[in-house]
Design a protein around this ligand. Sequence first.
Ligand code: SF4
Length: 104
Amino acid sequence: MKLKRVDRRQFLARSGTAFLGLATGFLLVGCGGKGNQLNCTESLRKAEISMRESLNYVEYSPNSEKSCVQCAFYTGDTQGCGDCQIFSGPVNPEGVCDSWSKKA
Ligand code: SF4
């Protein structure tokens, strides 16, 4: 087997490309790849937060077939925070709570 000689410039170019690929991969994994990255609850009043806690609302549903955007009480689209007819204030289209009801 004959080894191919690589000069220093080629080595640096190849290792730089490999490093960028690895760094991009780590960044994508580090972001978690979870959902829409919205935070629809950051400006809520305490009473509204308590209401959500009592119904076990979470910003990201663990079940892809059971989320706010698929709920009968959700109004809004899939982009940005939407509204829920049960809660006041915004909800995440990928969220869910115990009052989830399948949209007809
Ligand atoms: S009732 Fe619950 S699951 Fe349905 S839209 Fe409101 S917060 Fe989401």
